[in-house]
Design a protein around this ligand. Structure first.
Ligand code: SAM
Length: 282
C-alpha cells in the first residue's frame, strides 16, 4: 500500500506527498514529527502536518534567508537563529568564514536529534562546528532575557500555529530588536503571501513601528506551494538595501561561497514586489 503524507496548513488547499518510506513518525512534547522519503524531494520533514524542509529544495530557502542579510550587512560576526531545528540554516550561515559565533535556539531537541541522524545532507557537520552555540529553549523566552547582541537574527520558524505562534508576535519582534547590534538585521520566514496574506501583513504591522526600514523579499521554494514565499526584513540601517551588485560580488567572493540559488543579482531582484504583495506591507 502506498502512503501519502497530507499537508493540512491551508484552509482550502491540501497537498499530499508520496511517502516511499517512512523513517520516523512520532510525537514530541511540542509537535508531531514525520520524516519520510519521496522520489522527487528526497527526505522530507513534516511537523504538525506542515512540510518543513526537503533534501532537494532546502538550498533555496536556506540560502535566501541567510546570505541576503549577512552579505548586505558586510561585517557580520555573530548570528542568532531562532528555530531551524533541521540545521540547514546553521550550515548555510557557518559557510561565512568571518562569522565567529552562531547561536541556534530551537524549542524541540527531537527535531535536532532527528536531523543529526537522518538529515546530514541538510545539516552537514554544522552541529559539531566549534562556532555553534546550540540552545534548546523557547525562542520567545530566549530573546526576552538575552544579554548578547547579534549582527543578524534569522527567524527560521514553523508557521504561526503550535509552538511557532509566539514567534510572530509584537513582543517577540520587540525583544529581537533589543538583541540586535546597531545597524543589525532581522529576517523572518513569513509564508506564502498568496495563501497566507494575513501572516505577512501582521508581521509588517509589528515591524514597521520598531525599525527605520521594514519590508520583505521573495523566493520561490517548490515545497511551499502557492507562489513565492516572503521573508521579512527589518533594520535601522536603510543603507543595507542600497548595496550594489559589485559590493555583493566582492563580499560573496571574500566569503568563498558558491551558492546554488543565491547570486548578487537574485539578491537585489528579490526585493522587487508585485503589487498584490507590496500592498500587504501597509
Ligand atoms: N523551513 C521551515 C519552514 O519554512 O517551515 C522551518 C524549519 S525549522 C524545522 C522550524 C523549527 O522551529 C522547528 O525545529 C521547531 O521546533 C522550531 N520552533 C517552533 N516554535 C519555536 C519556538 N517557540 N522557539 C524555538 N523554536 C521553535
Amino acid at each position: 500500500m502506498t502512503d501519502w503524507v497530507e499537508e493540512t496548513l491551508h484552509k482550502d488547499l491540501h497537498i499530499k506527498l508520496k511517502a516511499d518510506r517512512v523513517l520516523f513518525d512520532s510525537e514530541s512534547a511540542h509537535q508531531r514529527l514525520v520524516l519520510f522519503e519521496n522520489a522527487t524531494f528526497g527526505r522530507v520533514l513534516a511537523l504538525d502536518g506542515v512540510m518543513q524542509t526537503t533534501e532537494k529544495d532546502e538550498f533555496i530557502y536556506h540560502e535566501m534567508l541567510s546570505h541576503p542579510p549577512i552579505l548586505a550587512h558586510g561585517r557580520v560576526r555573530k548570528v542568532l537563529i531562532v528555530g531551524g531545528g533541521d540545521g540547514g540554516m546553521l550550515e548555510e550561515v557557518l559557510k561565512h568564514r568571518r562569522v565567529e559565533k552562531v547561536t541556534m535556539v530551537d524549542i524541540d531537541d527531537t527535531v535536532i536529534e532527528l536531523a543529526k541522524r537522518h538529515l546530514r545532507t541538510i545539516c552537514g557537520e554544522a552541529f559539531e562546528d566549534p562556532r555553534t552555540d546550540l540552545v534548546v529553549a523557547d525562542g520567545i523566552e530566549f530573546v526576552a532575557s538575552c544579554q548578547e547582541r547579534y549582527d543578524v537574527i534569522i527567524v527560521d520558524s514553523t508557521d504561526p500555529i503550535g509552538p511557532g505562534e509566539a514567534l510572530f508576535t509584537a513582543d517577540f519582534y520587540e525583544s529581537c530588536k533589543t538583541c540586535l547590534t546597531p545597524g543589525g538585521v532581522l529576517v523572518t520566514q513569513n509564508g506564502v503571501p498568496f495563501l497566507q496574506s494575513g501572516e505577512l501583513a501582521a508581521t509588517m504591522t509589528c515591524l514597521r513601528p520598531l525599525f527605520a526600514d521594514a519590508g520583505c523579499y521573495l523566493a520561490t521554494v517548490p515545497t511551499y506551494v502557492g507562489g513565492p514565499m516572503a521573508f521579512g526584513w527589518a533594520s535601522d540601517d536603510p543603507a543595507l538595501r542600497q548595496v550594489t551588485v559589485e559590493m555583493l560580488k566582492d563580499r560573496l567572493a571574500e566569503a568563498g561561497i558558491e551558492p546554488c540559488y543565491y547570486t548578487p543579482e537574485v539578491h537585489l531582484a528579490a526585493f522587487a514586489l508585485p503589487p498584490y504583495i507590496a500592498e500587504l506591507l501597509g
